[in-house]
Write a protein that binds this ligand. Sequence first.
Ligand code: VAH
Length: 310
Amino acid sequence: YILIIGACGQIGTELTLTLRERYGNDRVIASDIREGSDNLMNSGPFEILDATNYDALEEVVAYHDITEVYLMAAMLSATAEKFPMRAWNLNMNSLFNVLNLAKEKKINKVFWPSSIAVFGPNTPKVNTPQNTIMEPSTVYGISKQSGERWCEYYYNKFGVDVRSIRYPGLISWKTMPGGGTTDYAVEIYHKALSQGHYTCFLKKDTSLPMMFMDDAIKATLQLMEADTENIKVRSAYNLAAMSFNPEEIAKSIQQHIPDFKMAYEPDFRQAIADSWPKSIDDADAQKDWNWQPDFDLERTTATMLENLKV
Ligand code: VAH
């Protein structure tokens, strides 16, 4: 059986729905610190679970006969800057709990999300390679870089089958993102439809690596279903689909809503975005497990507007 921790989050919700479609509703147990969308709650088993509580997690794993865990609970970049110690506690202790369950052979396989946030201000920003300088300057990025080191350590020392992806900014219509720096790329579609204008918290030329959620879910399942000997990276794989800046996404929206207006009022998240890469080299994911994205900016915008319009 599969357990999704953080099932009510932006990725967790879509991951749960996709895994339930693929493996059967009752084989995928959703869990989170709070209840989620009706669609999520009505489609299969759910547990209220604090992922930082080892005993509670061990009990859910034993009760539901869990063999695979997707640990999607985390505090994202913007919120983590406001609550550094809470972010570190959640992001790291949840990971240690899951890695230790796997080390004790109580579960067989783990997925844990990393992020392009592991890169910092002195990382090469264009076509950022899989292996390069990583000096993250955000609490969230530090927790993701540390998490990658622990995943690789548990694989090398204890044979734990943990797999990870450095997600770019993710764009979805089924759920809102929660406290990230790339959230503007989701909010903009909602505001374009509801108000015809959007005030962006990043400068118009701030290019960031981005991905439509369907591609992120496809990559996650592809990595988890790959033969273990094909997985050469046990920290976390670079993964890419597209890069764009706020001006470019605004222009793609204006193809559908000509009168859409954009304004720019950069806030504290500008410094976070400026520390991240502009584009990512994901040659390893392509080579090791045949990664290929399906969504570019035009298709993303068309899909978002199509599904969000009332
Ligand atoms: C964030 N959406 O903004 C997340 C992600 C690369 C960005 O890690 O914090």
